[in-house]
Structures are given as C-alpha cells and as structure tokens.
Design a protein around this ligand. Structure first.
Ligand SMILES: [Zn+2]
Length: 503
C-alpha cells in the first residue's frame, strides 16, 4: 500500500538528491553496488494539483514548494517530522471544474479504472465494515475523493437493512453523477486543511482555490502551506509519543501551527489580505499582538478558535528577541510535547470524556479546562527550557489567565444548564437543584415533597464536588458530603442517570 502511494504521488519536482558517493577508490562494480544500496533521499513532500493556470503551477513549484521543503528541514533539526511521510499536498482546481478534467490531474490517468475497481470491490465486500475500510483506503490514497461519501456510509454501517451491494449501488450513482456532464470536483475552497482521519493510517494536506479577491490562493501562500505542515509536525510528534487523545486543544493546535510557520519565516503577518490590485494591505492574523489571556479569549468566544492562542503566538514572538533561535526552537518542541502530556492527564479525569447529565455547564467546564491546561502546559514547558527566565516568561497570569476567575465571571453566560438553577424533579417528588456561583458548583439542594430543604455543599476549595466514574457502566456520580452526619465519610450523590443515592 505504501509503495502504491509513493508511485501514485510522484513528486511534481523530481528533485531526488542522491547520497553523496565518496568511494573514489572503488572499482566500477563496487561503485554500482554502492549506488544501488544508497537509496536516493526521498523528497519530504509530494504534491498533486489541478492548477487553474500553468503560471499558478510554476509559482507553486518555484516559490511555495522550496519554502515548504526548507520549513520541514528547519524543524527536522529540532526533532519534528510529519506522520506518514512524505507529506502529501493536494491542490484544488477552481470551484466548478469538471470532474473528468480534474480527477486525472490529481489522481493520475487510471483514476476512471480505479473508480470502477472500487465499485467492484465494495460490491463483493464480505461486510459493511469491510466495504467501508476499502473506501477509506481509497480515500487515503486519493484524498479527499469520497471523504464525504465515506462519512455518509459510516452512519449506516450497522443498519441491518443496508449491505455492501447497497453501498456499491450508491457508489455507482455517485460516480455517474461525478463523471456526468454536470459533475464538478474541487475542495478546501479559500483554505488549507491538514487531515488526520480517525483511523490514523494516513494524513494529507488539502489546499484550496481562493474565491475572494482579497486573498491569494491558499496553495500560493507559503505561510498557509507551512501552517498546515506545522499541524502535520505537531501531530507527528504526538503520534510518535502516543497515545493521542481524540479531544485536543484548538487553542494550542492553531497557535503552534502558526508559531512553527512564522518562527521559520520571520514574518509576523499570517495570511495576507489583498486590496483590489492584489497588493498586501493587512494580515488575517498577526504573531506580534495579543489583547487577552487564553482564559478571557475562550470565554469571550464561548469556545476555542484560531484567535484564542494569540498570547502564545506573541509569547514566542517576544522570546525571539530575548533568546537565541536554536534555543527557542528546542523550547518550542518541548512546549508541543508538554501539550500532549497535559491533555492525556485531563483525559484521565473521570468527567473528561462523557456527556454528563446533558449538562452544558460541566461540558463547557471541561472544554475550557482542556484549552486552559494545554496553553498553560505549552507556556510552562517553553519557559522551563529557556532557563534564566526571559521577562515574557513571568507573565503566566496575564497570558493564560486564572481559570477560576474566568469561570466565575463567565460560566453562566456561556453555559446555561437545565439542571443548574431550574433543577430536576424526581419520580418521588423530590427536587434536585444545583446552586452555582459563577463558574462553580457551590452546593446541591434537595427539596422534599413536603417542602423541607436540605443543602449539600461542594468542596469550597475545588469549587466542585467529588466526581466518580464507574468504568464499566460509565455512570458518573457527583458526591457531596452529608452535613451533620455521624459517619465522617457519609455522602449523597447525584448520578448521571438521574438518581439520588447515598454512601
Ligand atoms: Zn490550522
């Protein structure tokens, strides 16, 4: 499979550097053997594109690809590499390009036979799962062809009324449409995208074609391409260190991808905004400014985004002035590694990976904690590596924020809950409600059918009751101490399936 991929995606620029041969004293036969044994250095990037114009292709090859190769070489010295090397780039044709024109340029002249062969393989697959795996492998080799179709089929994988023959039929219809007179093919409009499919047996980068006059085609923006390669590099490190959780930090991912791209190119401006004449007049993001801590930015957006890690970008930009480039490169790689450790610790917490009580408060808390801890871990690891603390490293509170403060101020506004204030009435007439103070769960109140109320305070230091997760059932219980009980460990618990229990 790997070999097939390498053949199918021969580099656009056939620049295979040979290993230098130093054996001047070898006779001819030895020399031939030496040449055979020393494989050519593989190109770190292979690219396939359906470019709109020949000039676009030339600019991509002359300008963007060399920058991308130099980018990978720069970070390779810090120990970073892409998963599933070589990095694969796919460049979209303009929106509306006919599929019969685009597909051979992207996936080779045999693509139409390949589509027929896929139909046959899916039709004869022994199970839906086997059919899905076949389509998945096809998409891995020719991304993003059939990526959406694959998602649709996944939804029906366990439906007893659907079999491989039905999937094959749907696939045939899809192909007829795609290759018919109105069939078009393009992807990633106005953007770049690094994709690591859930099964994680391949990865690739999609580079779209711009539809707006205010931005260049993403495949012609060196920093956009390097940003996507940056995603490949941080995933490369995490996958090699494993395990990689499914829930990651958008704040850390996006800041890191920009940091890798712009520490390399030295330009603080990410993604040029163009005027009508095509002259750069602004930046879509900047490395050298930040206004809010990660905490404030998260609560301001109500979620994590490209913007929530500005203080991390600006931290690294400031450190460029304060420490040597080689030291900063090593520190950034340390920072990336620390993010994975922090996220894995959160994943190990009992409430981290389950929908709890359908309770948006708790879900948001964990989303927030994830972003906060990942950003904080990056900050601490970078600064720890730099030793004699540069001034910017003394600014954890300003740059990352105080999670409890931020939560107190913004929790309710961002995460209304059905359980929190309104409470839930049980079948026996008791009513359970939580008393919230800003972000924190202060106490649980149980109102009996006769109106009598009992209050169960949470832990005042944690701002959160003790949480317990049963590993087999996945049931979660929030435990509150029973006030005034003679047994010191007596507790009352509220379970994720809506029961009030005691221990
Ligand atoms: Zn990104």
């Amino acid at each position: 499979m790997k070999k097939a991929i390498l053949f199918a995606f021969a580099p656009l620029l056939a620049a295979c550097d040979m290993e230098p041969t130093t054996g001047a004293e070898l006779d001819l036969r030895d020399r031939e053997e030496a040449t055979l044994q020393s494989a050519p250095l593989a190109d770190p990037i292979v690219a396939r594109g359906a470019f709109a114009t020949e000039a676009d292709r030339e600019r991509f090859e002359a300008d963007v690809l060399p920058s991308a190769r130099a980018f990978l070489a720069y970070w390779a010295e810090g120990g970073l590499s892409v998963p599933h090397a070589p990095a694969r780039l796919f460049i979209s044709p303009p929106r509306g390009t006919s599929a019969t024109e685009a597909l051979p340029q992207l996936y080779g002249e045999n693509i139409f036979d390949d589509l027929r062969a896929l139909e046959a393989e899916v039709a004869s697959a022994p199970s839906n799962r086997a059919a899905i795996e076949r389509i998945d492998a096809f998409t891995c080799e020719r991304p993003p062809l059939h990526r959406g179709f694959l998602e649709d089929v996944e939804e029906h994988a366990d439906n007893p009324d659907v079999g491989p023959a039905d999937i094959a039929q749907a696939l045939r219809r899809k192909h007829e449409e795609l290759l018919g007179p109105d069939g078009t093919f393009s992807f990633g409009t106005d953007n770049g995208e690094f994709e690591l499919p859930l099964r994680r047996n391949c990865s690739y980068i999609l580079l779209g074609h711009s539809t707006q006059p205010t931005r260049a085609h993403p495949y012609l923006e060196r920093d956009v391409v390097n940003h996507e390669l940056g995603h490949a590099l941080h995933y490369g490190l995490w996958l090699a260190s494993g395990p990689l959780g499914e829930r990651l930090s958008t704040t850390a991912n996006e800041a890191i991808a920009d940091i890798l791209a712009h520490v390399f190119d030295g330009d603080p401006c990410h993604g040029k905004v163009l005027d009508e004449g095509g002259t750069p007049v602004d930046c879509r993001r900047r490395m050298d400014v930040y206004e809010q801590s990660v905490s404030d930015a998260f609560w301001g957006f109500g979620r994590a985004d490209h913007e929530t890690g500005q203080s991390l970008r600006q931290l690294i930009w400031t450190l460029r002035e304060e420490v040597p480039a080689d030291a900063l490169r090593v520190a950034v790689v340390d920072g990336i590694a620390a993010v994975q450790v922090a996220l894995n610790q959160i994943d190990a917490e009992p409430l981290a990976n389950v929908p709890i009580f359908d309770d948006e408060i708790l879900a948001t808390r964990y989303r927030f904690v994830r972003e906060y801890e990942a950003a904080s871990a990056f900050f601490h690891a970078v600064c720890a590596r730099l030793g004699d603390a540069p001034p910017a490293c003394g600014e954890h509170a300003q740059r990352i924020g105080d999670p409890r403060l931020a939560m107190r101020e913004a929790w309710l506004a961002n995460a209304p809950t059905s359980i929190g204030r309104s409470g839930v009435t049980l079948a026996d007439g008791r009513r359970v409600a939580f008393e919230l103070e800003g972000a924190l769960i202060r106490q649980m109140t149980v109102t009996l059918a006769d109106g009598e109320q009992r209050s169960y305070p949470g832990d005042p230091d944690l701002g959160f009751p003790e949480a317990e997760r049963e590993s087999t059932s996945g049931r979660i219980t929030l435990w509150f101490p029973e006030p005034g009980s003679t047994a010191p460990d007596a507790k009352v618990g509220w379970t994720s399936d809506g029961e009030l229990i005691a221990r």
